[in-house]
Design a protein around this ligand. Structure first.
Ligand code: AMP
Ligand code: ZN
Length: 129
């Protein structure tokens, strides 16, 4: 059983921020900012890309609500909301989760897009259609 399924089952302790029938949110055990929270569906999906669309909608609704709550209560200035898919993208737990990472002015730079040489956008569009 995956580690987040064990949390849902109650076998591994967590700091629950929110819970309903389908969704659980808890503090990330290794936070990258104060208030770093994970929102997960209780059902196991390996990532956002394989999540049932209805569960995904519910997870995102909860993420929005908690995002606002964290921002207001912790006085965050901004927030990174993201979900890693696959090891290449840094996913370490293969149970879909959304990171809510409150950001504070002048905090350490956590996420940065390095930028690549511009591709041929026309060719790229053709490729993905
Ligand atoms: P990712 O690398 O996107 O898959 O994120 C997985 C996150 O889960 C990491 O930020 C970990 O710190 C966090 N994590 C792993 N185990 C636990 C746990 N038992 N309780 C809370 N967070 C956890
Ligand atoms: Zn799982």
């Amino acid at each position: 059983m995956c580690i987040f399924c064990s949390i849902v089952k109650g076998d591994i302790p967590n700091y629950t921020v929110y819970e309903d029938e389908k969704v659980l949110a808890f503090f990330d055990v290794n936070p990258t900012s104060v208030g770093h929270t994970l929102v997960i569906p209780k059902a196991h999906y390996s990532s956002l890309l394989t999540c049932d669309p209805e569960d995904l909608t519910h997870v995102m609704k909860v993420a929005q609500k908690l995002g606002n709550q964290l921002k207001e209560k912790l006085g965050a200035d901004g927030m990174n909301i993201l979900s890693n898919v696959g090891a290449a993208a840094g996913q370490s737990v293969e149970h879909f989760h959304v990171h809510l990472i409150p950001r504070y002015e002048n905090d350490a730079e956590i996420i940065k897009f390095a930028g690549i040489e511009k591709p041929n956008f026309e060719e790229l569009l053709e490729k993905i259609k």
